[in-house]
Design a protein around this ligand. Structure first.
Ligand code: AP5
Ligand code: MG
Length: 195
């Protein structure tokens, strides 16, 4: 089973994807994590995109599609969880083509719904907690970058909600509920996919 977790910055995509890795042995593909790893590794691409990410803007389709292409070719155990990808219609088309070319399907798209005020609180809070613990703070976890991240989401990513709704793949989940309640809602959507 291959699924997308779709939602604005701070909606809980990574939190929920990590849970599904544990419960279902699926493979999480987070383009945000891959890009941050590329920065840490000091690769030319990683350093080039780090500033774009810190501002909260999207990096180019070409770069993220390249990253995902490589991972899809490596195979995905019991399935992929696409976390933070696709983020544009061009990326969504590319994903459809990559899955088709490798004989795979997209089984579900879970949209996590959370209001903007809560999103900003979550990421600002995460930065404060990391700082207090002496851990690295994400360069885009601040109110200013968060404004850009949200704007990018509404302009470029939210059209995917209609795109996947029209394909019959979309399920909406209340992302404001407690983490374990969101997990239960997602599990019940996935249980219905093949029944
Ligand atoms: P990316 O890394 O994908 O970040 P994001 O989506 O902007 O935001 P987060 O990862 O913070 O949100 P999340 O939904 O995963 O929430 P999380 O579980 O962490 O992208 C970063 C950047 O990389 C982009 O801005 C762009 O520059 C670039 N990029 C990445 N992919 C790209 C692509 N495909 N195309 C172009 N550019 C791309 O949770 C957030 C916080 O809330 C945590 O502290 C968590 O503990 C808490 N929380 C989670 N769920 C709950 C809950 N139910 N109740 C209370 N708290 C909760
Ligand atoms: Mg994330």
């Amino acid at each position: 089973m291959n699924i997308i977790i779709l939602g604005p910055p701070g909606a809980g995509k990574g939190t929920q994807a990590r849970h599904l890795v544990e419960t279902r042995g699926m493979v999480q593909l987070s383009t945000g994590d891959m890009l941050r790893e590329a920065k840490t590794s000091g690769s030319e691409m990683g350093l080039r995109v780090a500033e774009v990410m810190a501002r909260g803007e999207l990096v180019t389709d070409e770069i993220v599609i390249g990253l995902i292409h490589e991972k899809i070719l490596q195979g995905g155990g019991t399935g992929f969880i696409f976390d933070g990808f696709p983020r544009t219609l061009a990326q969504a088309d590319a994903l459809g083509e990559l899955l088709e070319a490798t004989g795979q399907d997209l089984d579900a798209v879970i949209e996590l719904e959370v209001d903007d005020e809560t999103l900003v609180k979550r990421v600002v809070n995460r930065a404060a907690e990391a700082e207090a613990a002496g851990e690295p703070v994400r360069a885009d976890d601040n109110a200013e970058s968060m404004r850009t991240r949200l704007m990018e989401y509404y302009k470029k990513t939210s059209p995917l909600i209609g795109y996947y709704y029209a394909k019959g793949d979309l399920s909406k989940v209340d992302g404001l509920a407690a983490i374990d309640a969101v997990q239960t809602s997602i599990e019940s959507v996935l249980d219905k996919v093949h029944s």
